[in-house]
Design a protein around this ligand. Structure first.
Ligand SMILES: Cc1cc2nc3c(=O)[nH]c(=O)nc-3n(C[C@H](O)[C@H](O)[C@H](O)COP(=O)(O)OP(=O)(O)OC[C@H]3O[C@@H](n4cnc5c(N)ncnc54)[C@H](O)[C@@H]3O)c2cc1C
Length: 462
């Protein structure tokens, strides 16, 4: 096999998604020689099949809702329907602008970009297109793909994954969404706003089951009001084709029919057949195992992003990629506190959180050591103006710091930046209560929740 390089790179990165390209950009910035290998499109899932396209769809959905509800704001407009080609053109325009920008960034940092499918051939080499790329260090960043359930075939037509849903050429009349996690509820929200009948099937007792139970319940209430149906604690047992679509069966005997079914039961790591195990890299159910510095058991190999068993979020991939680049460049790095990572589900209404849930806090500190406070958005002027409902809930260790911020309401994702500073700086409620929030903004609601926790509520109704 030809050795591409006379060059031995400092770092060879396999996979150009959020984790891989962040590692490449930071490593190059620190003066390292970097090769970045990508078989698809630079930017990976987040840019092409994940965060960005879904958020464009959700924004189009918001415009549709606002148009339908415009009379309630005294604005005359008629909602005539969804032009799905127009929606895709808008979404694709956003993606292509960002894609060009990212390609330019990678080129400007003098990163050797290799287009092709790579395979780890030893602890220091990756083979691509018949060439061998050698690095003093290797970073594995091959990401994840949609998972299914045993025996459930995704045909891309009536039973689809999020990848198919993003390019669907129509608004379906009705959809079953299998899985009430982040991806499932976001698509449910979009389709309902676009005019489809939506039923979510979730095996666990709540939608958004990883969130604080209060947030899940508020989301369920809001979805019920919007006419989104859901079956909770309901285990899926099978699907069959009907004359016009699909029929899903549940273990409790219920059946749900729709035009198509989205399978949103999570994503699994891309690690099979890529030479990882042959190179001695330890894995668990396909996930590459790493320590808190993203180092695998093989000294020359690190791994980041959805491929490792941490939170499957783009900004986690960015942070892990940067951490690895800085470590390889000899900088002092600090392990990531994953509880301090902000999490947003961008449906209508949004669910945003940082820190731990009330249940987890009670488990860690004891029930009598945990204090909570809530602020209802009904008491927040800007939320009233926007006609959104919801709540901010805080979890505090008695006489100590705020350890959880849980928010439900439109645009609450935009509040999570302040919430993460509060959590990560271990702020006391009394310290946050000192800070003055601009009126009228939704950020005031976060301030008011801290006023309540500090014992001096302002606009709280008891
Ligand atoms: C529908 C959806 C919505 C999402 N929304 C959000 C959101 O709003 N916010 C958020 O933070 N996260 C969101 N995510 C998650 C986010 O997209 C992922 O966490 C993130 O993309 C993970 O980055 P990564 O680099 O680990 O993997 P990926 O982005 O999957 O990148 C891996 C890359 O490796 C390449 N690759 C794989 N194998 C090889 C090989 N053998 N050779 C060469 N290249 C290879 C792939 O082509 C891919 O480009 C969403 C995901 C989905 C599916």
């Amino acid at each position: 096999m030809a050795n591409d390089a006379s060059t031995v790179f400092d770092v060879v990165i396999l996979g150009g998604g959020s984790g891989g390209y962040a590692a490449a950009l930071r490593a190059a910035q620190l003066g390292l020689q970097v090769a970045l290998i990508e078989k698809g499109k630079l930017g990976g899932t987040c840019l092409h099949n994940g965060c960005i396209p879904t958020k464009a769809l959700l924004h189009a959905a918001e415009v549709a809702d606002q148009t339908r509800e415009s009379a309630g704001f005294g604005v005359k407009a008629t909602f005539e329907g969804i032009d799905i080609n127009g929606v895709h053109a808008y979404k694709d325009g956003v993606i292509s602008g960002l894609y060009k920008g990212l390609q330019g960034l990678v080129a400007s940092r003098k990163i050797t970009y290799v287009s092709g499918e790579g395979r780890l051939s030893s602890p220091t080499t990756v083979d691509v297109n018949g060439e061998r790329y050698t690095g003093r260090h290797i970073v594995l960043a091959t990401g994840s793909v949609p998972k299914s359930l045993p025996g459930l075939a995704i045909d891309g037509d009536r039973v689809i994954s999020s990848d198919h849903a993003l390019t669907l050429d129509r608004v379906p009349n009705s959809v079953i969404v299998l899985g009430g996690g982040v991806i499932g509820v976001e698509f449910a929200s979009v389709w309902k706003s676009f005019g489809a009948e939506v039923t979510i099937i979730e095996a666990l007792p709540h939608l958004a089951p990883l969130e604080d139970e209060n947030s899940s319940k508020l989301l369920e209430r809001a979805f019920r009001k919007r006419g989104i149906k859901f079956e909770l604690g309901a285990r899926f047992s099978g699907v069959e084709y009907t004359a016009t679509g699909v029929r899903a069966s549940l273990e409790n005997g219920k059946q749900v029919e729709a035009e198509l079914m989205l399978v949103a039961v999570g994503r699994g790591p891309v690690s099979q057949g890529l030479g990882y195990e042959e190179a001695g890299v330890a894995t668990d159910r396909g996930y590459v195992l790493v320590d808190e510095y993203m180092q695998t058991n093989v000294p020359t190999i690190s791994a980041v992003g959805d491929l490792v068993p941490t939170l499957q979020l783009a900004h986690v991939g960015f942070a892990e990629g940067i951490l690895v680049a800085e470590r390889l460049a000899g900088l002092k790095v600090v392990p990531i506190d994953y509880d301090g990572v902000p999490r947003v589900t961008y449906c209508h209404p949004e669910v945003a959180s940082v820190g731990i849930t009330e249940a987890k806090a009670k488990e860690l500190y004891g029930a009598d050591k945990v204090v909570t406070a809530k602020f209802n958005l009904a008491g927040n002027g800007k939320s009233k103006i926007l006609k959104t409902a919801g709540e901010i809930k805080l979890v505090q260790v008695k006489d100590g710091a705020v350890v959880g911020v849980h928010m439900v309401g439109d645009r609450m994702g935009e509040q999570v930046g302040e919430a993460q500073l509060i959590y990560n700086w271990e702020a006391l409620p009394s310290e946050v209560a000192q800070l003055i929030h601009a009126h009228p903004t939704q950020s005031e609601a976060l301030g008011e929740a801290h006023l309540a926790l500090a014992g001096k509520p302002l606009h709280n109704h008891d």
